[in-house]
Design a protein around this ligand. Sequence first.
Ligand SMILES: [Zn+2]
Length: 594
Amino acid sequence: MIKYQVNCPVPASHYFAVSMRIDNPDPAGQALRLPNWIPGSYMIRDFARNLLDLRVTCDGNEIALEQLDKSNWRSAPCDGELVVEYLVYAKDLSVRTAYLDHTRGYYNGSSLFLEAPGLSGEPCEVMIEKPADSRYAGWRLATSLRRKQAGKFEFGLYAAADYDELIDHPVEMGEFTVIPFEACGVPHDIVLAGRFDCDQARLAADLKTICEHHIRFFGEPAPMDYYQFQVMIVGDGYGGLEHRASTSLVARRASLPRPGEDGVSDDYREFLGLCSHEYFHTWNVKRIKPEAYRPYDLQQEVYTDLLWAFEGITSYYDDLALRRAGLIDAPSYLELLAQIMTRVQRGAGRLRQSAAESSFNTWTKFYKQDENAANAIVSYYAKGSLIAACIDLKMRLSSDGHRSLDDVMRHLWRDYLETGEGIGRERIQQLVGELCGEDLADYLEQMIYGTGDLPLPQLLEAMGIEVAVRAQAGAQDKGGKPVDKQPPAVDLGARLKAGEGAVTVQSVREGGAAQTAGLAAGDQLVAVDGLKLDIAKIEDRLGRAKPGDVWQLHAFRRDELHCLDVELQPAAENTFVLAIGDPVSDLCRAWLGL
Ligand SMILES: [Zn+2]
């Protein structure tokens, strides 16, 4: 048994004080290590950078601790109980690490708990202490970790079967709101932290609908006996991380439904999609996993080319489930699908990197995007979800509606329940072929390992969906919606952002007008044809320009002024709009749950 203790001596200092007791340490010297990354977020984050004042005692006497590398240590030989004590600096307001101040505490175990290699399979206990000062009297604690000696939402003693489980239940502490509901008989809680004004009954009803949809999709019973949505509400922010019996989310205040509000706003739809996404992961990636994640090596990068399936298929079903569960209508779902098609189509990186390569290189590319990302890479989330759509529609079309990606997912789930094994790189292609009775291996390989455009528009049309493609109608145009006025005939080939006294170039499209003229990300545009500019003026001029028109642009690069002639190019047809054809086909009804 490894016994941990977590204290918040002075929350305003952002330090968690952690201790760890090992009854039977390795007599030759106990190894200790801290993860360098957290499952679900594929970047080396070196959590040990936040670790301070590390000391080790054996039977009460301080003993030597040798640091082996950035995240590994070994104690001097020790005969008796080993106690390890340290501080962890916690000031990252994300779902990936840890945060502590006088308003709130939050942590992932991967940031806080040293692991004792060799004893990782031992059961763990963690005593989480409430901050002592009376001003924290109202603080409660929320986690899906098993309670050992603690009331519900109380500080106290919690337990895990092993280290892997210990670090997969994030902990929220502070004065939060709890909204309970049941889904297929399983108790769920929404824990809302931060400042907000929300229709709590509606939120609970909508999340219950999503959760019951996913549980029934894979088949009852649910794989967990309790689930917690931990939501940190902020003015501006977005993110989520999946765990085996909970998820941590960061969401914008405006994304919650306000009391008295009807309909599903775009912001609320996005929030529901995020909840749906993380909940789907309870099956797809938390349990059905790539072989490479069994077990995780949290010391270094772990490579798989399957994130297109684990993130992409999850991204496909997150929005589709909102439609099938009746929370949004079919036009609203098709708008979301068209926006993802548009996002992928607008990046030239899709012609350069496959979804499999994007998965494999997530550590250095997807998670470390720079201003050239759209030209260099494709998102395994976005393209992966479109590949999932292609597989789903292809299966429905070639089996006359008898088979679909739903069957593939249920099959993977049954395999997991039977064997507990991870899935290999060919497994999905093989299953699709088996289920359809048709060899689709080459067809799927092209989509997963190739860089050509996906056959999704054709598949959608075969399903009876009308597919329209047009040029982008302004910076805010994400696709999915028809526009009342004709989009510009020309394209500048740059993403722009309004700044003080100038417009900043955020990125340039490879081979586009801006790049050809010499403009680069970071340049500050100040004038066009001798007149001071802003975003609205540029958009207005673009609306009236013709291909071949030349603009004289004045731009600062660092503190140097440059004058450049930009020859405008014809606007690319890169924006999708989808609509249900009339009459609605039976295949389409089954697909969209109509
Ligand atoms: Zn995800």
